[in-house]
Each structure stands twice: as C-alpha cells, then as structure tokens.
Write a protein that binds this ligand. Structure first.
Ligand code: GLN
Ligand code: ZN
Length: 763
C-alpha cells in the first residue's frame, strides 16, 4: 500500500535551451540574419521542450513565464510599465525597446546590469522615475500560460514579486510607495490569469532572505493583502531562495498566501521552525534538490527531511522542489560524453534533478522494490564518490593542516617593502593584464584544441603575440608591462586546466545574462599543482624587455567563485588548497626573476554572503587565502591585485588586510564614485583606480583621464597612486587599445609634469 505521492514542482527551468538555442537565435536576430518571427519561433520551441522535459520527468507543477528573451527582471519592468523615459520613443515597437534597454542602441546606452543576489546571473536594474504610472503593460505571463495550455501543459506562471522588484531597482523616491503601487498591477495580472483558468501563481520574493529594514516586513504584509484581496480566486505560492529567512520566516508564514517555498539546501534548519509555525492550510514547497550546484542529491538523507515534514503536515500540504530555479545549473548531463565516467556518475544537471525530485516523491509515498533499488544505487554512487582516491590527496590535506599564521604574513611591513621594490616614476602606468584576444588567436586556439594545429605552431604564434604586445607597451611608454594573456581563453579555465581536482564539461552552460553563457569548471577533488602553470610565458615575456613585466595569476577566491565547487569539503579549506597551489606558482615566478606579480581577485566582493552575520567569517578566510597565496615572496617582490567594480565600502578593511603592495580597481565607469568609499577611511598601500572605461569602444581623451587622475589625487597622495585602465583589454580591439593607452600615458605624464612644477614652485 502506498499513499498519494507528494506533488513535485520545479520553480524555474533553464531557458537557454538544451544546446544554447536561445543564444544562437538571439545573436542571429541581432545580426539581422533572422526576423522577429524566426526569433519568436525559436523561443517557442525552447519553451515547448522545457515543458515537455519536465512533464515527461513526472513534474506536477510546471512553471511558465520562467522563460525570458533576455532577463526576467527586465520582463517585469516591461510588464508593469516601468520603461524609463529615454527608451520610450515614439514609433518604435516593443521588441526594439526591450533590446534597447538590455543592450543599448545607437541613441541610448543600455540600462545598468548587476548580479542577481550571490549568483553569476546578471539582471537589468529597474529604474523608477518620479511620476511613473504603473499599469499592466504586457501580458507575457498570460500569453505563455495560454501557450503552454494549448500544447497540453497546465502550468503555474511565475513572476518576480513586487516588493523584491521594487527593492532591486534604483529609485529616487520611496520604494514602499512603489511596491504598493505595483500591488494593484499584480492584482490585475492575477485576475487575468484566474480568468484564463490558472489556479496557482508563483510569486518570487527572494528579498525575504536578506537583512531587511524594519519597514519592509509590514510592507510585505500590506502588499500581499492588497494582492490577495484584489483576486482571491488564484492561489499564490510565495517563493524564497538563496538564504535563510531567519527572523523573516514567521512574518512570511503569516502572509495571505497559499504556499511558501523555502530553500532547504542553503538553509535546512529553517524547516523545523516552518513546520512548527505554519498556519493551518498553508502549503510548504520544500526546496531540497540543489539548484545552485551540480552534485547528485543524497536521496536517503533528503528523504528524512521529507518524511519529517509529511508526518507533521500531511503529504497533501507539501510540494517537493529544487532549492531555487534550475536556471543556475547546466541543462542536461546527457550531452557530456567526454567526462570521466566516475565523475559523471556523481553529477546531476537540471534534467537529472527532475528525476531526483520524482524519485523522492515516489519514495516518500511508499517503499516498493523499485524504489529500494533506486535508493540503494544512489547510496552506492555517493559512497563511491566519498571513497574515490581522486577526491582525496593526503599530501594536500597534510599541507593545509600545516598552514601557520606566519605563512600569511609578508616579511616586512608595507613601508619597509616599498623602498626596496622596483624603482618607478611617480604615477606609474600599467594595464590590468590582458590585451585583445583577436579572432586569429581564438581561431588558432580552437584549431590547436582540435588537434589541427601543432603545439609548436600554436606556441610560436603566442610568442609572436607576446612580443608584439611588449614592443607596443614599450613604444607607448607604459612603466609596468603585461605579457597579454594570449594563451588564456578564460582566467579561471586556464588555471583549472592545469590544476589537479578540476574538470571541464563540454556543454555545461549556464546563463550569465541575455545570450551570454558561462561554462564553470567543476572542482571535484583536492587541488594541487602538478607543475608550473605560467612561468615559461612570464620568463619569455620578461626576456624581451628591460622594463618589469607582471606575472599574472587568478586568485583563489575567484577560482572558487566562478566554479561549481565540491560540496564535501568546507569552502575555506578548498580555498586554502587552491591558495597553496598558487603560492608555489608565485614562488616559482619570483625565482624566475619576475619582480612584479599580480593575483587577480575580481570575485572577492561577489562571494560576500547575503546575510550580514555571515560576512566577517567569509572575509576572514577569503583574505587569508589571498595572503597565503602571495605572502611567501621577498620584500623586493611587488604583489599586485585587481578587482572589478564592486561596492567596496563594506569590504574596505578586508581589502586593506589583503596587504597587496598595489591594488587596481574599476572606477572610470562609475565616474570615480568608488573614491568616495576611500575618502573617509583611506587605504594604506598603493592604489590604481581605473581611469579608462574599457567596457566601451570609445577611446578616452587625454583631458578626460587627466581629470580622473586629478580626482584620485584628491583622495590619495601622488606617491601612492598608479594610473591604469578599469580592467583587462581582452574584449577590445587593437585599434581602440592603441590610442587609448597612448592617451593614458600622456595623461599621466602631463600630471607628473604639473606636479613637479608645483613642487619646484613650492620648494
Ligand atoms: N588580468 C585579467 C585581465 O586583464 C583580469 C580580468 C578581470 O578582472 N576580470 O583580463
Ligand atoms: Zn577587472
């Protein structure tokens, strides 16, 4: 005898298509090689495949409107009529306006984009203008609901909730007023969905997992009362994810909604409190399969959670779901033909996670022989992973256990090191590392990877590129040179491919934004460095010139942030493993005569936990890992680091504690606003706020960069200031980079002259 199975539901499915069909359809359309009906047809087909895949896997609650042509936050902006004035041009159709907001067009740059919580997905930041009148301006959720129904799929439409939407946007005015004004628009949407026959709607309010200002919880209550009163016929599943609701849990349970989704992978302990406090009749959607990582679920262990919940609430009040939308994991393991079979058997991509949910639902309903066999097979695979010699390297474990505080400490203080390092002019000029990755380089790499270009020929080509880059930098007169990173496809992949413990997929793509997808490496085992990774290139580059050439490495925190990380080891311990591997590389670079070594940590800020309480611990180990990687060098060796745009304010102390001799950071794009953070708190070591926005093809003028250097000089003394671009130049073209760097050097020289004139006049 088995009971009625618990309902399964995916709260969001990847929307790029099994083989990145969305990317190719979009890029064709943007290139003018297809028309809008072809784009629409491609999008429809991606949606159909998604629904069918989920239905075939036995999912009961299948989402619709989780698809987007670019970004679901931008879709919401359009849906509620919040298109900023500068895009609302006459005579233009909705699709052109949509893509203008997403990507910019001839007349208007794109809207701002930022990271979606602590993921690598980026959303288009809503902008709320004064006097914006919200209205239901697009019926995309309704259209996609009806589209699914016409295909025979009864779906649960998903929308981003009004409070989170308001909180994620930029607003001059009062966000609470915005959220309340939006409530009515949502009411209208729900009314139309109910009229069309939808019985449930999923409303995402991920902001419930954040530290909220005190006014936010009453706001949630008001907004949801408004929505629920407006349209009582449709049931709301309120979805939260990415963190613990903690103090927001009780208020969330009391909202007038029919169901609440909890992320029980990130925050399993909130289940007990939720079971305890859930008001009668409220359904709980248990987010028990990891939507943020790619490891096979421990079914036995998860089943215990499900059983506990079922005993308490009854199976009819539960739903089994991934912890968050499956948008954040690759689509299907089926396309991985070259992965090692052992490793492959430890993994579950989105498609496989559906099977896990179905298994859990069946197992919770009763124990049949088939289910017992499935669970036993799951346990066997997990045990094989635990026991595998490939995940554990005793030497690495011993080395991590033997880390001492002294290993995190440079020998001399910054003041002592500084005078002994390589002599440079005032306001030294440098770049962040990469130079243009031309189509020829990419083609050569592809041919080399495919075995169509011999190692020697590929290397000769890279050497020629490096030599050209070095000559160019000498000619324009940069002070500290870079070899250009031509041998790297990507700053994490290059190192991952040379480290033990990393693996790479063929098709493990995850959407980053719009048509952009990334293929994060998997870190499955203990990380070690079998041999030097960059030393030969660095030595070659340095042999070409008398000026210092920077050794260029990717930092341990960034290596983890942009990978799928093993779940069987604490993150800090894994980070120290990577740091030790880099420490060896740093030492080898130093021994090879490299006097300046840059260890990039662009992802340090983005790894910051969503909840404030967890941040100090993260910053402690993250900074320790950087120090472990860099502190072994002699005082004469100069350590640089680089960070891309971030809100630095909160992490200023942590950045200072990294104790890099020089930090370069993005600043030009934000009109040097990052300097404000440093104005009051200062920064003890050398610093190079970017004076050239590399994200735009525009060549910056000398005067413009002079002005930015001038702004930086109001915050930092000239003796500690460097002059450099915002970030690496690999996405730019040489005909943009050449004049831009000429101007950058000219700007630095003009200021140098002005400063020395001023000091002569004074002295
Ligand atoms: N050194 C890297 C480069 O120049 C840094 C890239 C980054 O910060 N994302 O490309
Ligand atoms: Zn950068």
């Amino acid at each position: 005898m088995s009971a009625e199975p618990i309902v399964t539901g995916t709260i969001g499915f990847p929307r790029i298509g099994p083989r990145r069909e969305l990317k190719f359809a979009l890029e064709k359309f943007w290139a003018g090689e297809s028309d809008r009906s072809q784009l629409a047809a491609a999008a429809r087909e991606i949606r159909r495949i998604g629904w069918q895949t989920q239905a075939e896997a036995g999912m009961v609650r299948i989402p619709s409107n989780d698809f987007s042509l670019y970004d679901h936050v931008l879709d919401t902006t359009v849906m509620v009529g919040a298109v900023p004035q500068r895009y609302a041009r006459r005579g233009e159709d909705a699709l052109a306006t949509y893509f203008a907001m997403a990507r910019g067009d001839r007349q208007t740059p794109a809207m701002e984009m930022t990271k979606w919580f602590d993921t690598n997905y980026h959303y288009i930041v809503p902008e709320f203008e004064a006097h914006m009148e919200f209205r239901l301006a697009s019926r995309k959720p309704l259209e996609e609901y009806l589209e699914a129904r016409a295909l025979g799929f009864e779906t649960r439409p998903v929308v981003l909730g009004p409070v989170s939407f308001a909180m994620l946007g930029q607003a001059a005015g009062d966000r609470a007023a915005i959220a309340e004004a939006l409530a009515e628009v949502y009411g209208h949407l729900l009314r139309e969905l109910a009229a069309a026959g939808a019985r449930w709607v999923q409303i995402d309010e991920p902001c419930l997992g954040l530290d909220l200002p005190s006014a936010a919880l009453p706001l949630f209550a008001r907004v949801y009362r408004l929505i629920a009163n407006f349209e009582p016929r449709i049931k709301i599943l309120l979805a939260t994810y990415f963190s613990d609701l903690a103090e927001n849990l009780e208020p969330a349970l009391d909202l007038p909604v029919a169901g609440l989704h909890l992320d029980l992978v990130r925050a399993p302990r909130q289940l007990d409190a939720a079971l305890e406090r859930a008001p009668a009749g409220l359904k709980l959607s248990l987010g028990i399969v990891d939507g943020r990582n790619i490891w096979r679920t421990d079914l036995e262990q998860t089943l215990a959670l499900v059983r506990k919940a079922a005993e308490r609430l009854g199976p009819e009040r539960l739903e089994l779901a991934p912890s968050c939308s499956l948008l954040h994991v690759p689509v299907d393991l089926q396309y991985e033909t070259r992965l090692d079979p052992d490793l492959r058997s430890w993994l579950a991509f989105a498609r496989q996670k559906l099977d896990e949910l179905a298994s859990l639902a069946r197992a919770a309903a009763g124990n049949t022989p088939e289910i017992a066999a499935e669970l036993a097979e799951n346990q066997r695979l997990l045990a094989a992973r635990r026991a595998s010699a490939r995940v554990r390297d005793p030497d690495v474990r011993r080395r991590v256990a033997a880390i001492t505080p002294a290993m995190l400490q440079r020998r001399g203080s910054f003041a002592a090191r500084r005078g002994r390092q390589i002599p440079l002019p005032l306001l030294p000029t440098t770049t962040i590392g990469s130079f243009p990755q031309t189509p020829e380089i990419r083609r050569a790499r592809a041919a080399w990877r495919a075995g169509k270009l011999a190692d020697n020929d590929y290397e000769a080509l890279l050497r020629a590129e490096i030599e050209r880059a070095i000559r160019f930098q000498e000619e324009v007169g940069l002070d500290v040179l870079a070899h250009g990173e031509f041998e790297r496809s990507d700053m994490v992949e290059y190192f991952g491919e040379r480290l033990q413990g990393f693996a790479f997929t063929e098709n493990g793509w995850v959407q980053s934004y719009g048509s952009r997808c990334v293929k994060p490496p998997l870190i499955y085992g203990d990380v070690a460095r079998p041999r030097p990774m960059t030393v030969a290139w660095a030595r070659f580059a340095q042999s070409l010139t008398d000026r210092p050439v920077k050794g260029m490495l990717t930092g341990p925190v960034t290596m983890l942030a942009w990978s799928f990380v093993r779940d069987d080891l604490p993150r800090d311990e894994l980070c120290f493993q990577v740091a030790l591997a880099l420490r060896d590389e740093v030492r080898d670079l130093e021994s090879a005569g490299i006097r300046v070594i840059q260890v990039d940590e662009p992802a340090l800020r983005e790894g910051l936990p969503l909840r404030r309480a967890a941040r100090p611990a993260y910053l402690r180990w993250a900074v320790d890992a950087f120090r472990l990687a860099t502190a072994a060098v002699a005082d004469v060796t100069q350590i640089h680091t680089h960070m891309c745009y971030a809100e630095f304010g909160e992490i200023l102390d942590a950045i200072a504690r990294m104790d890099a001799d020089v930090i370069s950071m993005e600043a030009a794009r934000s009109k040097m606003q990052v300097l404000d953070a440093f104005r009051s708190r200062g920064y003890p070591n050398d610093i190079g706020p970017g004076v050239y926005d590399i994200h735009s093809p525009r060549v910056p003028e000398i005067a413009e960069m002079e002005k930015r250097i001038g702004l930086a000089l109001q915050v930092f003394p000239a003796e500690r200031l460097w002059v450099n671009p915002d970030c690496g130049l690999k996405t730019r073209r040489w005909d943009e980079v050449r004049p831009a760097l000429q101007n950058l050097v000219a700007a630095a020289r003009r200021i140098r002259t002005a400063l020395s004139r001023a000091s002569r006049a004074q002295g």
